[in-house]
Design a protein around this ligand. Structure first.
Ligand code: F6R
Length: 596
């Protein structure tokens, strides 16, 4: 996820302060970096790659200034190249801008600005901002008025900081993306989060959505209509070392809690709630006659879920473990092969996608990583936009994958009736995930069952891949034996293992035939005196046969799968935490598996 730092008042140390801030933001994940220093003219330096590489580029430049802005970019629009790195400039080079978030209407703004004579030099959505400011400066009396008018034309999520040539002025604005102000005796900082300036000050002001910060000799915060706002100065108490986790004990827990935002980002600009339509650009034009999904681990569970969506729309679809794809029947006709991979670098998945390409299929990557090998090598890419995931266990990226494949099947396979049914459920999903996070009793379940020898997870239909994922998550971070089963399969063998000390997590949503059958399977477990934890929307009577209930909001079963998974993520996390496991870096595992 991108990081922002800006400062006024550090004099000769301005550049060093910005680079220090960028280093402190590295934990967010990024693929390029840059700075712009103010003065009579703006000096900009930026490069793809890590801060180390950026510092080398800086040594070849002689730039200085009394104020400046810096940015670490995590690509969303356009690959991680020097040209796409922030800050971005207007045509005249008089305003430089750094931005976090997504400008939803950037395509139409860019067309408008190009028609008005502006020249763009990057693929980013961000670059429309300096050009918009430039456009507004023709009629505005001062930079701030132009900045405000430009902000009014932007739709989407943003934290923006701008610096103007010939001034000692920084302007910042936010909507749905954090921007904080740091105050020390001489300097004022604007940053995406506190670690960027925590070594200089512990006094912070948190900007709210719609507010604009003007930083020159002093600080003024106003609303969009110019009304002055009196802000409270808070003291940050935590140790700078902890800040990467934003106060959470582990990245995994932080990332579980980031899911509402990650899902909003995934949906942003892609669904029209009123019209019930889904817009995926060129991908929406695809009309596959059949779909093969290839993926590994958690991403395979998303692939399994995805195949069910396409099958339910009458399009033959199959999920393959990428490492087994060589044995698959070659795709025929207008078949599409979709690689689901958060990293975009998993060797097994890349190898399957290359095999699909050799067999003449069109390929699509569903990934979190812009510029990854999967992104570059496939015919099409759909980004899940979850932000960087640092914990080895995939959490928010799995949720992002589930939402992304919903959009994919709605845009390419399912009809209008389906879209009208699903789009509202997807729209409500970030809020529903938040209520699961707020109300979950998973920690109590973990306290009761953390010392069990084995755990089973059962689900039917759309809940089956969630059962598989619940078991995988638990085993990888707690090192406990856990298995997921199709609920109906339990009696065909695994039931022999079910005993009084084997907790069985049963996923039951809705009250249709499938739910009723799963309740029947729960009764079989109950009859063996095994403890049952039902993860349910309580539409069925499963709670009657369960020892505990982890409740999820009543929604469409497709969203219910995402919500049930959040409960299981929390169970896995709290069990592993009680066992004092190395949650973010489980033994023997790696975040990106680049060997076959
Ligand atoms: C489990 C996990 C792994 C990955 C798998 C594929 O929490 O993260 O099972 O899902 O290694 O990785 P990607 O999605 O990067 O292809």
């Amino acid at each position: 996820m991108c990081g922002i730092i800006g400062c006024v008042g550090r004099g000769k140390d301005t550049l060093g302060t910005l680079v220090h801030g960028l280093e402190k933001l590295e934990y967010r994940g990024y693929d390029s970096a840059g700075v712009a220093l103010g003065g009579a003219e703006l000096s900009v330096c930026r490069s793809s790659g890590k801060i180390g590489a950026f510092k080398k580029v800086l040594t070849e430049r002689d730039i200085a200034g009394p104020l400046g802005i810096g940015h670490t970019r995590w690509s969303t629009h356009g690959p991680p190249t020097d040209e796409n790195a922030h800050p971005h400039l207007d045509c005249a080079g008089e305003v430089a801008v750094v931005h976090n978030g997504i400008i939803e209407n950037y395509r139409s703004l860019r067309d408008e600005l190009v028609a008005a004579g502006h020249t763009f030099t990057s693929d980013t959505d961000t670059e429309v901002i300096p050009h918009l400011i430039e456009d507004e400066r023709d009629s505005a009396t001062d930079p701030e008025t132009a900045f405000r008018s430009a902000i009014e034309r932007i739709e989407g999520s943003y934290a923006i900081v701008a610096v103007f040539a010939g001034t000692e002025l920084l302007l910042g604005a936010r909507n749905d993306s954090p921007l904080v102000i740091g105050l020390d005796e001489e300097a004022i900082f604007l940053a995406s989060d506190v670690p960027a300036f925590r070594d200089f000050t512990d006094r912070v002001i948190y900007l709210e959505d719609g507010e604009i910060a003007r930083v020159d000799g002093g600080l003024e915060v106003t609303t969009g209509d110019g009304t002055r706002v009196e802000k409270t100065v808070s003291r940050v108490e935590w140790d700078p070392e902890e800040t990467g986790k934003s106060g959470y004990d582990h990245f995994m827990l932080k990332e579980i809690h980031e899911q509402p935002r990650a899902l909003r980002q995934c949906l942003s600009g892609r669904v029209d709630e009123l019209g019930g339509t889904v817009d995926l650009g060129d991908i929406g034009e695809l009309r596959p006659s059949a779909v093969q999904f290839v993926a590994c681990g958690t991403s395979y569970h998303a692939a399994y879920y995805a195949a069910l969506l396409f099958e339910s729309a009458g399009i033959p679809a199959q999920a393959y473990l990428a490492s087994e794809y060589a044995t698959a029947v070659p795709p025929i006709g207008e078949a599409l092969v979709v690689g689901i991979t958060q990293s975009g670098e998993t060797a097994d998945t890349l190898s399957a996608l290359r095999e699909a390409d050799r067999r003449g299929a069109r390929t699509l990557a569903v990934t979190n990583t812009v510029g990854s090998t999967a992104d570059r090598e496939t015919d099409h890419t759909m980004y899940i936009r979850s932000g960087p995931e640092i914990g080895v266990a995939a959490t928010k990226t799995f949720a992002g994958q589930l939402v992304a494949v919903n959009l994919l099947s709605l845009a390419t396979g399912e009809g209008e009736t389906r879209r009208r049914e699903i789009v509202p459920a997807l729209r409500d999903l970030p809020g529903d995930v938040q209520s699961v996070l707020d109300d979950s009793t998973a920690e109590e379940i973990a306290a009761t069952y953390h010392d069990a020898g084995a755990y089973f997870f059962i689900g039917r239909g759309i809940q089956y891949p969630v059962a598989l994922e619940g078991a995988l998550k638990l085993k990888e971070i707690s090192y406990k034996h856990a298995e997921g089963f199709a609920a109906g399969e339990l009696k065909h063998g695994p039931l022999a293992l079910v005993q009084e000390d084997t907790p069985v997590f049963a996923l039951v949503t809705g009250d249709d035939e499938a739910a009723k059958k799963t309740v029947g399977n729960v009764k079989e477990v109950e009859a063996r005196n095994a403890p049952v934890v039902a993860v349910t929307d309580k539409k069925s009577d499963v709670a009657m046969y369960a020892d505990h209930v982890l409740e999820i909001p009543d929604t469409h079963p497709r969203s219910g799968a995402v919500l049930a998974n959040v409960q299981l993520q929390l169970v896995a996390y709290h069990i592993a935490n009680r066992l004092d496991r190395s949650i973010d870096k489980p033994r023997n595992l790696a975040k990106s598996v680049t060997v076959e």
